[in-house]
Ligand binder design. Structure first.
Ligand SMILES: [Zn+2]
Length: 136
């Protein structure tokens, strides 16, 4: 189960990351799916409709660019900066081991990429065969 948040960006335009020129000329729209920090222990997914703008500056190397929401999106990222920083802190705290010591409500139990195995009840099942023997 996941909490889905569907959102649109309401800004009139965006600044080109290459030259900082403001643009309101929309090239296209698309959906981005971002994982965010858990809410009430439930995985949170943000379905964000973003726009790609033309950069009209003839001196800029970018023809188009995607708008970003400060504090929420970064180019090509599938996680919010908040979730990314939480996962980085967890990874540093557990030293690369599966996360049975991590409190489940921090990131939810829907993270499937193995970077944060957070459910203490299933953490052993997620480790590879032999990991348990090597730790002993
Ligand atoms: Zn530009």
């Amino acid at each position: 189960m996941a909490l889905w948040i569907h959102a649109d960006i309401t800004a009139q335009g965006a600044s080109c990351p290459g030259c900082t020129c403001w643009s309101v000329r929309v090239h296209s729209r698309y959906q981005r799916r971002l994982s965010d920090a858990a809410v009430g222990g439930t995985e949170t997914l943000i379905c964000l409709r973003v726009r790609r703008f033309y950069c009209d500056n003839p001196d800029c190397a970018r023809a188009t660019f995607a708008e970003q929401v400060p504090g929420l999106t970064t180019a090509h990222a599938r996680r919010t900066p908040l979730l990314r920083s939480m996962l980085e802190r967890i990874a540093l705290a557990v030293g690369g081991r599966p996360g049975p010591a991590v409190d489940p409500p921090l990131v939810g139990d829907g993270i499937q990429d193995g970077s944060a195995a957070v459910d203490p009840g299933t953490a052993d099942a997620r480790t590879r065969p032999g990991d348990r023997a090597r730790r002993r």
